[in-house]
Structure formats: structure tokens, C-alpha cells
Ligand binder design. Structure first.
Ligand SMILES: [Zn+2]
Ligand SMILES: [Zn+2]
Length: 286
């Protein structure tokens, strides 16, 4: 039995430790397949994206570690790419991603604020609320609908392997008055996007970053039956920013997925995504 994780950060972006430290912790926790997915460089500076100047070094350090730890763990290199509608889309030409093993597509930014910055849905709640007021007159439903519109556009355009933290906006949205993930308009909205993921043949990650602290996965467990029914390929990722969190929430999530009837998860094997069986103790095999 073993674990895998394809969504992870390091000091090349906003992760709190070096790539090597993450690898050491991953090995100690029984991870056999581990992918790096730093926040990809953007055409503007942020607190959490990798700088374009560091992209070569990121790849060099990956190759050094891949070789050094090859007896204990299989390492992969990817990026978590931002899709910023009409500004920075996944097929951009700022740098080449063709030598990477995999790409995750994620939404962190929505539309431009009056000050020219992009509205970030994944930052602190005060900024989220301020942007909500400026762009949507405080109407959380409009903001959530716009978020999933953008998400749909990203999925439609494709160019990546894995849909990252599908409903992450709920972390902030759930603190807003008048929003609940149990509302039928919301459930229908997310269900439509899940249907689109199916149509495009993308992998949907079950992201455990907020499971220990908040008790939620992205996507939320209420969507597991639909994901199962549509037979969408899945994987479980921790989106770790600290080495101690590389497999946070995995046991519980694997168990819940198993209870919902899932039997396999996607793994990179000899350069292609393949279904591998699992149970609550991890992936089955070497
Ligand atoms: Zn993210
Ligand atoms: Zn991430």
C-alpha cells in the first residue's frame, strides 16, 4: 500500500519548506508518487506565485531530487496554473510547460477590481468581502455564479490534466450572509460544472487541504455521488504548503470515497494516467 500526492507547494512559491524537505516527509509517510505543483509564474507579482526567473531552477532542483531519491519515491514535476479569464489563460506563451509531467488548472482570481488588481477568491476574508462589495454589490450569489462561470470557461478551454480545488470559493463564501452550500441553486451550479468536467475528460482532484481544519474537501462530499455516477476520474491531493501536511486527511478521504463506491484513482504510470485501485489504507500495489 502507498499514498500519492500531485498537488504540493514549496519555497519556489508559497510553500513553507524546500522541495527536498517535502520529499523527505513524503517518504517517511509512505508516499510513493509525489508531484510538485508550484503556483505557476504570472505576468504580475503576487505573494504566492513562483517568479518566472526561478522556473529553470525549479526544474533543475526537481531533476536533482528525482535522481537522488529514486530508490524510495517517484517524483513528478508540474505546475498549478491560474486561469484568469481574458487575461492569463492556460495556453499562454509566457513560458513553455511542455517538459512538465502534469498541469493542474485552478481559479484563484476572478475579474479586475477598480484598482486594476484581480479579485482573489482564495485570500483573506476581509479582502474577499471588500471585492464582493466592489464587483458584485455585496451579492454573494452573483459572485459564486461568476466564479463557476469562469471555472466552466477554464474547463472548456482545457490544456491541463487536473481540475484543482473545484469549489474553493466556498471557504470564504460560507462566511457570507445568505450563502449555503445546501441551496439548490448552488448544487445545480456545481453539478453543471462537474458534468462539463466529465465531457472534457479531465481528472477531478479531491483536495484535502481544509479537511483537518474545517472538515471539508474540495469538492464537497455532497457531490461525490454525482462524480461517481458520471465515472469521472479522480485523485486525492493534499495541496500541502507544510511538509508535515503531505498526507493530511488522506485516510479519512480514501475511506469516504470507498464508501461512496469509488474503486480507483488516477496515477501517472510510465507517462500516462492510469486507474489504480485503493482502499482506506492507500493505493494498492508496490
Ligand atoms: Zn490553489
Ligand atoms: Zn495549491
Amino acid at each position: 500500500m502507498y499514498w500519492s500526492n500531485y498537488h504540493s507547494h514549496s519555497t519556489f512559491c508559497d510553500g513553507r519548506s524546500t522541495m527536498e524537505e517535502f520529499v523527505r516527509f513524503a517518504i517517511a509517510k509512505g508516499v510513493k508518487k509525489y508531484g510538485f505543483s508550484s503556483h505557476a509564474p504570472l505576468p504580475f507579482n503576487t505573494y504566492w506565485n513562483m517568479k518566472l526567473d526561478d522556473f529553470i531552477e525549479y526544474q533543475n532542483e526537481f531533476h536533482r531530487l528525482k535522481e537522488k531519491y529514486s530508490a524510495d519515491i517517484e517524483l513528478f514535476i508540474g505546475l498549478e496554473l491560474d486561469y484568469i479569464n481574458n487575461f492569463f489563460e492556460i495556453g499562454h506563451d509566457l513560458y513553455s510547460t511542455e517538459n512538465l509531467d502534469f498541469l493542474i488548472g485552478s481559479i484563484h482570481y476572478m475579474d479586475r477590481l477598480p484598482n486594476g488588481n484581480f479579485y482573489c477568491v482564495d485570500g483573506n476574508f476581509e479582502d474577499f468581502q471588500a471585492g464582493l462589495q466592489l464587483l458584485f454589490n455585496g451579492d454573494i450569489r452573483l459572485a459564486v455564479e461568476r466564479y463557476f462561470d469562469i471555472c466552466s470557461l477554464m474547463i472548456e478551454k482545457g490544456g491541463f490534466d487536473i481540475v484543482g480545488h473545484l469549489d474553493k470559493i466556498t471557504l470564504n463564501a460560507s462566511n457570507c450572509k445568505g450563502f449555503s452550500i445546501t441551496e439548490s441553486w448552488y448544487q445545480n451550479l456545481v453539478s453543471d460544472v462537474i458534468q462539463r468536467i466529465k465531457t472534457k475528460g479531465l481528472i477531478l482532484e479531491i483536495n484535502t487541504k481544509s479537511l483537518v481544519g474545517k472538515g471539508i474537501t474540495y469538492p464537497d462530499v455532497q457531490f461525490f455521488p454525482l462524480i461517481k455516477e458520471l465515472q469521472i476520474p479522480i485523485m486525492v491531493n493534499s495541496d500541502c504548503h507544510y511538509p508535515t501536511n503531505v498526507i493530511d486527511g488522506f485516510e479519512q478521504t480514501y475511506k469516504v470515497l470507498k464508501e461512496h463506491g469509488f474503486r480507483t484513482m488516477q496515477q501517472l504510470i510510465n507517462g500516462s494516467w492510469q486507474a489504480v485501485e485503493f482502499d482506506e489504507n492507500g493505493l494498492i500495489g508496490v
